[in-house]
Design a protein around this ligand. Structure first.
Ligand SMILES: Cc1ncc(COP(=O)(O)O)c(C=O)c1O
Length: 446
């Protein structure tokens, strides 16, 4: 098995390296709108590692932002893709095709009853758009409730419900009308109740206020929420929050949509993060890990709700193409066959246990949270303020030692750990050792 190389920052900025030449070509040919987390120039991927054009290997604890849950080039997914490439690739909505039907059955099989009917698209943002359109069609209402700090994508509708950073929204107004944003129970930072005391936001107090002062509940079509906020900072809401939302939506005939684009398909130790709370939405949306990196996303709902979406009122040329559907079927099969939901819990417990030891030391994270192998480490400075620079330093120190970790959070002061579920015990330990020295060498910033 490969070791983590000591990559050395000098090597990364060597002007004569192949990486430097590729970066120059990229700057000329590729839109600067992409904000890349690192300046790595990747040429290959293998198991838990990315390999750059200069041959440096990086153990990946970020999975291409929560996507490559089976690592790179998983042999079973690769085999399924090759088999599909040798058959047909695409029919669009010109025909029904067998791989799409199979993939829909497979996706329905990992969702709780009664979510049994699937619409496929290509990306997270597209299924956010689709789910909101479905809710408006089904209810003939307009209002949409979303939660502060949520991230749902970059297209106009998805952006209208995204409030993790104002930068994403700047200069794009007017956005979709009829969107009402209400607080998410981010108790570690934003609530003033005592730790362990019931959270008023989680109990629905802000929603009551919204319906009393801003919009009648009878005019709301949809409530869209991440069961764990992803980009917002890997924020796990207090127990009871999701069931409160379920009750509120039931009371007022609102379609409850869980955005499990980042949390879904296994990283939390269950197929859906919402299963941890035993709450079933009216609609769940999946993307990211669903196709192991092939572009595919799913809207899953009850049959009778899907039936209120008349034929032709939504569609997609590429959604559910045969290659991506083959990836979905193989991905779910591998997770089931290899017990990777259980493995997510084992990996996550090991990482979280270690991170809680760092929490007790000078310079350690102020908060460690998450579910399964989806873990956030939040860093504060000595004044208790969000410390984004610290997160940048940790990420750079890790990269230098061949470990790729990502940041997130409304203040960019959270390290997010979302490694492949195929990590070996040795790889978990290798990554933890690098992260540990990066976290503990920094101290607390004044
Ligand atoms: C919770 C959530 N929803 C939606 C999206 C948008 O997905 P995509 O980038 O595939 O459009 C993301 C992307 O990070 C996400 O985390």
């Amino acid at each position: 098995m490969a070791n983590i190389a000591s990559n050395g920052s000098a090597a990364q900025i060597d002007p004569n390296s192949k990486s430097a030449a590729w970066r120059a070509r990229d700057r000329k040919a590729v839109s600067g709108a992409y904000s890349r987390y690192t300046d790595l120039v990747v040429a290959d991927g293998e198991g838990s590692f990315l390999i750059d054009v200069d041959g440096r290997r990086y153990l990946d604890f970020g999975c291409g932002i929560a996507v490559t849950a089976l690592g790179y080039r998983h042999p079973d997914v690769s085999r399924a893709l090759h088999a599909q490439v040798d058959s047909y690739w695409h029919t669009s909505v010109v025909t029904q095709h067998i791989r799409l039907t199979e993939a829909a059955e497979k996706v329905a099989s990992i969702c709780p009853d009664p979510l049994d009917t699937v619409f496929f698209a290509n990306s997270g943002a597209e299924v956010v758009e689709g789910a909101l359109k479905l809710a408006r069609q089904a209810t003939h209402r307009q209002g949409i409730i979303s939660f502060t700090g949520g991230f749902h994508g970059r297209t106009f509708g998805a952006l209208s419900v995204t409030t993790s950073k104002v930068h994403y929204r700047e200069h794009y107004s007017p956005l979709l009308p009829g969107v009402y944003t209400t607080p998410y129970p981010y108790c570690f930072r934003n609530c003033d109740h005592a730790p362990g005391e019931p959270c008023p936001i989680a109990m629905g107090k802000e929603l009551e206020r919204l319906f009393k002062h801003v919009v009648p509940a009878s005019e709301v079509a949809a409530m869209l929420v991440e069961p764990i906020q992803g980009e917002g900072g890997y924020i796990v809401p207090p127990t009871g929050f999701l069931s409160t939302l379920r009750q509120v939506c039931d009371r007022h005939g609102i379609v409850l949509i869980f955005d499990e684009v980042q949390t879904g398909v296994g990283h939390t130790g269950r197929w859906l993060a919402s299963e941890h709370e035993g709450v079933v939405p009216d609609v769940v949306i999946l993307a990211k890990a669903l196709g192991s990196g092939l572009p595919i996303a799913a809207i899953v709902a009850r049959h009778d709700l899907m039936d209120r979406w008349p034929s032709g009122t939504h569609g997609s040329t590429f959604g559910g193409n045969a290659i991506s559907c083959a990836a979905v079927i193989a991905t779910i099969d591998v997770i089931e066959r290899d017990g990777l939901l259980q493995r997510a819990t084992v990996i996550g417990d090991r990482i979280a246990d270690r991170a809680r030891q760092w929490q007790r030391q000078v310079g350690g994270p102020a908060d460690v949270r998450g579910r399964g192998a989806m873990i956030g480490l939040e860093f504060l400075d000595s004044a208790g303020m969000p410390d984004a620079e610290r997160v940048d330093e940790i990420r750079a120190a890790c990269l230098d030692q061949g470990l790729l970790v990502l940041g997130c959070g409304i203040d960019e002061n959270v390290i997010r750990l979302i490694p492949p579920l195929t990590l070996s015990d040795q790889e978990v330990e290798q990554g933890l050792q690098v992260l540990e020295s990066a976290v503990l060498q920094g101290g607390v910033r004044e």
